[in-house]
Design a protein around this ligand. Structure first.
Ligand code: NAD
Ligand code: MG
Length: 392
């Protein structure tokens, strides 16, 4: 049976890996919508290759280019926010949410509202609006399939298990680009150095977030939301080999671990074919060759982002949206080389402090509009702090 699919963020790292799997087995999938932003050439090439019904760019002013690239084919070209929303609302069996940032939330929600199984790479959807996303899945009688490798690992460990028997969840982290650097050296880390990951090949933003551990911070919150566990039961371990993606510890003292090569196509393929497993063309592990797996506790002085994640979970409400909005803004400033690497966590912490008194916003109902309002507030505060720092 063919599965109808859409991919939001098709031109990115996750999107491209998803297309790689689909294009190897085109008889099994019918592609409905592909969305992207500025990489029109890639979007059009892939839409033609997989026979998509519609290709949408988020950039309204690139419609002319997209139309030109799709000229003479049966693929419909569309552009802009409304077109993205409409594309995400097209009924499909399965949708991949792989836009980066809170910008991906709307597509996640629209796909769930159309009843699609939602493969969720966009962790920001759960960090900013976990309750809303889960409620929407329930309301439209569908479900989320985690794509983040750690969450896919936990999901697989929990298959057939009673969730009430979970004692702890351990998410592993590679430690990112600066795992072996001194704190002094990290202070002067450049954009180029932060944009190189030792184990995974990913988009630039998540690669920098891995070096700062903001990625792990988001993942801890994502796990709390997705698996409905207490934040006290979620731990992180640095695991330089990136072979064990997560552990689940149960009441009886046993642990299950999920082990696999650091290749996102495993987690994407698992979600794409769920509840079945299919052959995925990734490297097979040679455990004898790897021979040794190391684990150690992260030092929260080196990774303040991780400490902040626990503050955010303790605060609850829309604190996740504030945290993420501030992080996105600080990351933009680091990418623009306006602030240093360690400034990112300081900016985010300062935003959380300045927003703490905004109880009307933090404790508002978790609706799409309120999430976007909290996100805007966080970005404004972060901008102020960044400008103050630039002026100093
Ligand atoms: P990426 O930067 O490579 O790709 C992002 C995609 O989103 C692109 O298609 C881009 O065109 C689109 N996009 C960006 N801004 C947009 C906007 N404002 N509106 C509409 N579309 C927009 O990112 P990625 O590394 O593929 O990550 C995507 C998501 O998956 C992120 O949430 C990330 O945290 C998560 N994730 C990624 C990986 C990975 O291996 N790359 C692993 C786990 C989770
Ligand atoms: Mg991950």
């Amino acid at each position: 049976m063919t599965r109808s699919v859409s991919i939001f963020g098709a031109t990115g790292s996750i999107g491209q890996n998803t297309i790689d799997l689909i294009s190897r087995d085109l008889n099994s999938y019918q592609v409905v919508a592909l969305t992207g932003a500025s990489n029109i050439k890639q979007l059009a090439t892939d839409a033609i290759r997989v026979g998509a019904e519609i290709a949408v760019t988020a950039n309204e002013n690139r419609l002319v280019d997209l139309k030109a690239a799709l000229n003479g084919t049966s693929v419909i070209a569309a552009a802009g926010a409304t077109a993205l929303e409409e594309a995400a609302s097209r009924p499909v069996d399965w949708a991949m949410s792989a836009i980066v940032g809170v910008a991906g939330l709307q597509s996640s929600l629209k796909a769930l509202e159309s009843g699609a199984l939602l493969a969720l790479a966009n962790k920001e959807s759960l960090v900013c609006a976990g309750e809303l996303v889960l409620k929407t899945a329930k309301k439209y009688d569908t479900r989320l399939l985690p794509v983040d490798s750690e969450h896919s690992a936990i999901f697989q460990c929990l298959s057939g298990e009673d969730h009430s028997t979970i004692e702890r969840i351990i998410i592993t982290a590679s430690g990112g680009a600066f795992r072996d650097w001194s704190l002094e050296a990290i202070k002067t880390a450049t954009l180029k150095q932060a944009s190189t990951h030792p184990n995974w090949n990913m988009g630039q933003r998540i690669t920098i977030d891995s070096a700062s551990m903001f990625n792990k911070a988001l993942e801890v919150i994502e796990a709390k939301e997705y698996f409905s566990v207490s934040s006290h039961d979620i731990e992180t371990l640095i695991h330089p080999e990136s072979i064990v993606h997560a552990f689940v510890g149960f009441l009886d003292g046993g642990f299950l671990a999920h082990v696999g090569p650091p290749d996102m196509r495993h987690a994407i393929g698992y979600a794409l074919n769920w509840p079945k497993r299919k052959n995925i063309p990734i490297e097979r592990l040679d455990l004898a060759k790897i021979s040794q797996l190391n684990f150690f506790e992260p030092d929260l002085n080196r990774y303040p982002a991780l400490r902040l994640a626990y503050d955010v979970m303790a605060r609850g409400g829309l604190a996740g949206a504030i945290f993420n909005g501030a992080k996105e803004c600080a990351l933009d400033a680091f990418i623009a080389e306006q602030i240093g690497f360690l400034d990112m966590a300081e900016v985010v912490e300062e935003v959380l402090i300045r927003c703490d008194s905004k109880q009307d916003i933090l404790d508002a109902e978790i609706s799409f509009e309120n999430v976007m309002q909290a996100d805007q507030l966080a970005r404004c505060r972060a901008d102020e702090i960044i400008q103050e720092r630039i002026r100093k």
